[in-house]
Design a protein around this ligand. Structure first.
Ligand code: PMP
Length: 381
């Protein structure tokens, strides 16, 4: 089976081996390994060599609020947002983080700092399951998890997390709690043109981005926050100082190089334009999934309204990085049903929803994705 997982999508080869019946397909995590093939064919232009004497200091730019941010990364991040048009960068401070996961915690720290009691953190269900775990694991005195934003009605300050497009269900989102004492954190991990139409540049107080789901380099652990308020940017930087004294320079160099390659591909190369290539992979995967769902008749997936993408000049509906699949009929536990077919997914209950739902990664390698849709289309109730 290592032969099979190394081969590119060759379903006739898969057909001949009955051992694929026994192969476990793990689509639980959103590991973006799908992107490996793009970067493989991009070759050496993104190879980074760092000598022993380089990048030794803790500091990158002491004049910047975020003193550990590499200027080259800052430059490439701004350039990419300009090209894609997905976020306003003028008048923003950039804070780098070890993934957007660290920045999310930095934002909570910065927003709740100085409060007299733990501030409520809310997000509308179904929400990104990791938020809750991260908020709860330290038993912080600064903030506490208060669950579904739709049912939050305390007349107190709160922090609302808005993920758009949303993980797990893929819908575009706006704040749900409609009160004046709210502080908002916008998580834009998936606001990139391979997933969803870029309708306007996002313009909010705290916006989180990450290379993980943009370029597929989750292992690099690089994210960035665009922050309007200087004091908040300072406190976020302080949090990262206290938790890790900055962010790996090696990773920042590599991220700058990758992000630059993406921008270059958008400006110079039509047939290897990163977002074009990725858009087509996602589009094919979603149509394959919808076919399989139709054939099987056991499941349903959300429908996304088409919108005009100002980046690609194309009208399309969101094609999310996760499929939010519902078992129709009388199967109550979709996760264990699929596990019996050796497909590992994440149950809706982790996202504050019914176990009739599961979240399925759409970003795995071709061979796994092919086998997954093949198995799904053969399922009957
Ligand atoms: N936010 C959302 C909504 C995500 O889905 C993820 C990745 N699963 C993250 C943040 C974390 O990304 P990072 O790898 O940058 O920490």
């Amino acid at each position: 089976s290592s032969f099979l997982s190394n081969s590119t999508s060759n379903s006739s080869a898969i057909d001949e081996f009955d051992d694929d019946q026994g192969r476990v397909i793990n689509l639980d995590h959103g590991d973006p390994t799908m992107y490996e093939s793009y970067w493989r064919q991009a070759g050496d232009k993104t190879t980074v060599v760092i000598s022993g004497w380089q990048a030794m200091s803790y500091f990158s730019d002491v004049r910047n609020i975020c003193w550990f941010l590499e200027p080259e990364l800052a430059k490439e991040v701004i350039r990419l947002h300009k090209i894609v048009g997905n976020a306003v960068t003028e008048g923003r401070h950039i804070v780098a983080g070890t993934g957007s996961t660290q920045l999310f915690q930095a934002a909570l720290y910065a927003l709740s700092y100085g409060g007299t009691e733990p501030i409520s953190v809310v997000s509308a269900t179904p929400y990104y399951s990791f938020y809750r775990q991260v908020v709860e694991y330290m038993k912080s005195g600064l903030y506490k998890w208060a669950g579904d934003a739709s049912s939050f009605n305390e007349d107190k300050p709160y922090i609302e997390l808005i993920t758009s497009p949303n993980n797990p269900d893929g819908f575009m989102r706006q704040p749900v709690v409609n009160r004046s004492k709210g502080m908002l954190v916008h998580d834009f991990a998936y606001y990139w043109p391979q997933y969803t139409p870029i309708t306007s540049p996002a313009d909010h107080d705290i916006m989180l981005f990450t290379v993980s789901k943009c370029t597929g380099h989750a292992g690099m652990r690089i994210g960035w926050a665009l922050v309007k308020d200087e004091e908040i940017a300072r406190r976020m930087t302080k949090y990262i100082e206290l938790s890790s004294i900055g962010v790996s320079k090696d990773s920042q160099f590599r991220a700058a190089k990758i992000v630059k390659a993406v921008s270059d591909s958008c400006e110079h190369a039509y047939d290897s334009n990163f977002f074009e290539v990725s858009y087509h992979v996602m589009s094919q995967r979603w149509s394959r999934l919808r076919d399989a769902v139709k054939k099987s008749g056991m499941f349903s997936t959300p429908k996304f309204p088409p919108a005009f993408c100002k980046y690609s000049n194309r009208t399309f509906g969101t094609q999310p990085a996760f499929a939010w699949l519902k078992c129709e009929g009388d199967i109550e536990d979709c996760e264990s049903f699929l596990r019996d077919h050796k497909i590992l997914t994440r149950s809706g209950k982790h996202f504050g929803m019914s176990p009739k739902y599961v979240r399925i990664s759409m970003l795995d390698q071709d061979s796994n994705y092919d086998l997954f849709t093949k198995r799904l289309s053969a399922m009957r109730s």
